[in-house]
Design a protein around this ligand. Structure first.
Ligand code: MN
Length: 158
């Protein structure tokens, strides 16, 4: 392989690895988010519930739970259920906060609930704290000025 080709190959490899890491991070956040909600709403999170919520099969949930436990995001005791560790809960709360801010903006702009939910799930992993905080500021501003929000809605709904 020529030097040029080798460099391009390395570049491509780095890109692929980065994408994979991002996907893995998104998956991890989705799991922690769902487990947090289940434990808080139902008192426990079962593999079946997690699978249903994430639209995946129970066996993939089991293997992911093992990985999350190995990385100290949750404690999983057979027959006694699972709970998030402090480390896991911190991430869960962060993604839930991002979720609520993004979906609030979309709903404010009149995006229909189902679409807002789907898009929020897609976006929530990819925004950095500085962007989230800007969106939060915008929401705050629009909330204090319903007339302006009405004008914006009228404009974009035409
Ligand atoms: Mn979410």
């Amino acid at each position: 392989m020529g030097d040029d080709l080798l460099l391009r190959y390395r570049d491509e490899l780095a890109r692929v690895t980065q994408t994979e890491q991002q996907e893995e991070r998104s998956r991890l956040e989705d799991y922690l988010e769902v487990i947090y909600h289940l434990v808080h709403d139902k008192g426990y999170a079962s593999t079946v519930d997690i699978a249903e919520n994430l639209g995946v099969k129970p066996p993939s949930v089991s293997s992911m739970l093992q990985r999350l436990a190995a990385k100290d995001y949750l404690v999983h005791e057979p027959y006694r259920g699972m709970r998030l560790t402090e480390k896991g809960e911190k991430i869960a709360k962060s993604v839930i906060a991002r979720h609520s801010i993004i979906s609030e903006l979309l709903l404010m702009l009149g995006v229909e609930k189902t679409v807002a939910y789907q898009d929020t799930e897609g976006i929530e992993h990819h925004l950095q704290p500085v962007t989230i905080s800007r969106i939060e500021g915008l929401i705050d501003f629009l909330r204090k000025d319903p007339k302006l929000l009405r004008a914006i809605r009228d404009h974009i709904e035409k």
